[in-house]
Ligand binder design. Structure first.
Ligand code: SF4
Ligand code: SF4
Length: 79
């Protein structure tokens, strides 16, 4: 997909940002598996997947960046 075609839909939390347009084509959901702090919950896995941040858990993030590496689609950024 070219830059022009991709429609970024960035969902921002306190300091996590997820390009949910990329989650739509995801089949691995590796963010959820990779984060040992349980920060991510992927919803609608069988239809239109979307990664979300469990808001009450966000502050448990240690900024190890395992999740940003695990997400092969590069959907996650952390401030
Ligand atoms: S954040 Fe990455 S790994 Fe998680 S559902 Fe979205 S595209 Fe998939
Ligand atoms: S940086 Fe580490 S602790 Fe924070 S959400 Fe990603 S995997 Fe989880």
């Amino acid at each position: 997909m070219s830059e022009a075609e991709s429609q970024d839909v960035i969902e921002s939390y306190k300091f996590h940002h997820i390009d949910t347009s990329k989650c739509r084509q995801c089949k691995e959901f590796s963010c959820e598996e990779a984060c040992f702090r349980g920060i991510y919950k992927v919803i609608n896995k069988k239809t239109i997947p979307k990664s979300t941040v469990v808001q009450e858990r966000e502050d448990h993030c240690v900024k190890c960046h395992i999740c940003t590496t695990a997400c092969k689609l590069g959907a996650i950024t952390i401030d």
